[in-house]
Design a protein. Structure first.
Lengths: 110, 137
C-alpha cells in the first residue's frame, strides 16, 4: 500500500510518502516527481516518516531525476527516514548524492 | 526449518512475498535491520525474474524456499523462465546510473552487498538462484 500526498507551501513543495514502494507502484512516485518538476518547483521536500519500505524500483526513481534537478537548479531534500530505510540509501551510497536530513526543520535550514 | 512460498509473476505479488518473509524471518534471531535487508534482497531477485524473465506473465510462478540452519540462512528461488544469472552482471557504477538516468541496476548492487554468497544454476529449463547469508556470532 502506498500513498503520496503533495502540498504546495509558500517556499517549497512537500511530498508526503506513506507505505511501501516497490516495482508494482514506483510509477506513482515517478508521476509525482514529474509533476513537481513540471510545475516549476525549486525546492522539493520529501517527508519519509511514513515510508516503511523502498526497493530499487523506488530508489531508481529518485536517482533518475538527480541530473535533471541539478541542471534546472531544483533542490531535492528528504527528511525523517526511519533508520532501516536510511540504511538502504546508505548501502547504495545515495546518502552521498541526495541531501537527507533528520527533520523537516533541518532540511529547511540547510 | 524450511518454509516455502509460491507467487505468480506479477509485481503486485511482491507485497505477499514481503509479508511471507516478514513472518518467516521474525521467527529467527535476526535484528530488525537484517530482516529488512534480507527481505529487500530476496524481493529484488524476484522482481527481476517477474519483470525480465517472465514479462509479468501472471500465469507463471516463482517458488521461494527458505532454509535455515544454525550457521546460515538460504533463500532458494526457482523458476522456469529465461535464465537470469545475477553473477553475470557486474555491479554498475553509481555515477553512471545517475548520468544515464537509468532506473535499473540498483537491485543488483543491493543483492550483492546484502548477501554473503550467491549461487546460480540452470538445468533443463529450471533455474535456481540461491542467496546465502551466514549468521555471525
Amino acid at each position: 500500500m502506498l500513498t503520496i500526498e503533495t502540498l504546495k507551501e509558500e517556499n517549497y513543495d512537500l511530498l508526503i510518502i506513506k507505505g511501501e514502494i516497490d516495482a508494482s507502484n514506483s510509477v506513482l512516485l515517478d508521476e509525482k516527481m514529474q509533476e513537481m518538476k513540471n510545475t516549476g518547483s525549486k525546492l522539493i521536500l520529501v517527508d519519509g516518516n511514513g515510508l516503511e519500505y523502498i526497493s530499487s524500483a523506488g530508489l531508481g526513481v529518485f536517482m533518475s531525476y538527480l541530473e535533471d534537478f541539478q541542471e534546472e537548479e531544483i533542490a531535492l531534500k528528504i527528511f525523517a527516514l526511519s533508520p532501516r530505510v536510511f540504511e538502504v540509501f546508505k548501502i547504495l551510497g545515495l546518502d552521498q548524492l541526495i541531501n537527507i536530513y533528520e527533520t523537516k526543520e533541518a532540511a529547511l535550514e540547510a | 526449518m524450511n518454509y516455502q512460498l509460491k507467487i505468480y509473476c506479477k509485481t503486485t505479488a511482491l507485497a505477499d512475498l514481503r509479508s511471507f518473509l516478514q513472518t518467516t524471518l521474525s521467527e529467527l534471531n535476526l535484528s530488525d535491520r537484517d530482516q529488512h535487508q534480507l527481505t529487500l534482497a530476496v524481493e529484488e531477485v524476484c522482481a527481476n525474474l517477474i519483470i525480465h524473465s517472465h514479462q509479468c506473465n501472471g500465469s507463471d510462478q516463482i517458488k521461494l524456499e527458505v532454509k535455515e540452519s544454525p550457521e546460515k540462512i538460504i533463500f532458494e528461488i526457482t523458476d522456469n523462465g529465461k535464465a537470469f544469472n545475477l553473477l553475470d552482471y557486474e555491479v554498475p557504477d553509481l555515477k553512471k546510473v545517475v548520468s544515464e538516468k537509468r532506473k535499473g541496476g540498483l537491485g543488483i548492487i543491493l543483492v550483492k552487498t546484502i548477501m554473503d554468497e550467491i549461487e546460480f544454476e540452470s538445468n533443463k529449463g529450471q533455474n535456481t538462484c540461491r542467496l546465502i547469508k551466514w549468521f555471525r556470532s
